[in-house]
Ligand binder design. Structure first.
Ligand SMILES: O=C(O)CCC(=O)C(=O)O
Ligand SMILES: [Fe+2]
Length: 315
């Protein structure tokens, strides 16, 4: 965790829920009769309040709009139309400029069917996405997924383990059969290649990317409660906090009755640059959602059919 972020969090822990201490009485006879004074005892034991992740984020957001913080990790300010007109000089391999502008201005963006031709190698993109879906289903049948809430440290008071119902498996894009990559591998190569290239041209990235395949099983309407994927930070040297979340959905023929939409929370007070209104994003086959991990609160609404998504978290 970066110093700046750490000190902001410490400040939150010492200022929220701070208990007013009573004044020490001048006259010893004013002390309660069961009061014991032991001069050898440690003077003061510092108590650290446990603070839950959402309260901490709320506190941090009150200090500064997280979008402004994340914007400082971009190589250039994209506020003016003049800077946006410089798009051709950005030399992007796959992302439309609009996606970068939306990321900067709103914290998130979506784009459909985005796979560059070099990655596709003559394949049709719909075949690629459908093939990836079929592979995800087989991995699930082979028992490769683990319930995400079982993986987390159950002693951690910071996170609520009832918050999510998804089953997950971590993927490593470097462990591939180069000659005959699976469809999932081809999407990972795209994430790891052109997509990472474009994002790292615009946003300072320093650390490792993680890749996860997630499954929401329809039993009992699997969902993931409102959360954020990282704490907002503008420290370019931080390697710990996730900076960008990119999710590719693998749900052919999705319709509204299937549920499992991604809900993106607006800023209810409507101030600052984040959108005021909440939005829902249907998890359609081949749709890519990209957002700034420390900025956007989001949730997965209850899924009524099996729902798969492939996620990359870039640092
Ligand atoms: O699959 C999605 O739409 C979002 C999942 C998510 O928020 C997460 O895994 O952190
Ligand atoms: Fe998330």
């Amino acid at each position: 965790m970066s110093d700046a972020l750490e000190s902001r969090i410490l400040k939150a822990a010492t200022t929220t829920n701070a208990v007013e201490l009573p004044e020490f009485p001048d006259n010893k006879s004013d002390l309660p009769s069961d009061y014991e004074y032991d001069p050898n005892e440690e003077e003061e034991v510092e108590e650290v309040e446990e603070i839950d992740e959402n309260d901490l984020l709320k506190y941090l957001d009150e200090q500064e709009n997280p979008l402004y913080i994340a914007q400082r990790l971009f190589y250039k300010e994209l506020n003016s139309t003049e800077s946006q007109a410089s798009c051709p000089t950005w030399k992007l391999e796959c992302l439309p400029c609009k996606v970068i502008e939306d990321l900067y201005g709103h914290g998130w963006a979506t784009v459909d069917g985005l796979i560059d031709l070099k990655t596709l190698k003559g394949k049709k993109s719909s075949h690629l996405f459908q093939g990836a879906r079929a592979e995800a289903e087989s991995l699930s049948k082979e028992g490769l997924f683990t319930r995400a809430s079982d993986l987390a440290n159950s002693d951690d008071p910071f996170r609520d383990h009832t918050a999510r119902d998804d089953w997950i498996t971590w993927l490593d894009p470097t462990q591939s059969d180069k000659k005959n990559p699976s469809n999932l591998q081809t999407i990972l190569d795209f994430f790891n290649g052109p997509l990472h290239h474009d994002i790292s041209r615009m946003i300072r990235l320093r650390g490792k990317t993680e890749y996860q395949l997630a499954q929401y099983k329809p039993e009992n309407g699997a969902r993931y409660e409102r959360h954020r994927d990282a704490f907002p930070t503008d420290d370019p040297d931080d390697t710990h906090q996730r900076r960008v979340t990119a999710i590719m959905y693998l749900n052919p023929g999705w319709t509204q009755k299937d549920g499992g939409e991604l809900k993106i929370y607006g800023q209810s007070e409507g101030h600052g640059m984040r959108d005021a209104a909440d939005r829902t994003v249907p998890p359609m086959l081949g749709r890519l959602v990209i957002f700034l991990s420390g900025v956007v609160d989001h949730a997965v609404l209850p899924a009524n059919t099996e729902r798969f998504a492939l996620t990359a978290w870039m640092r």
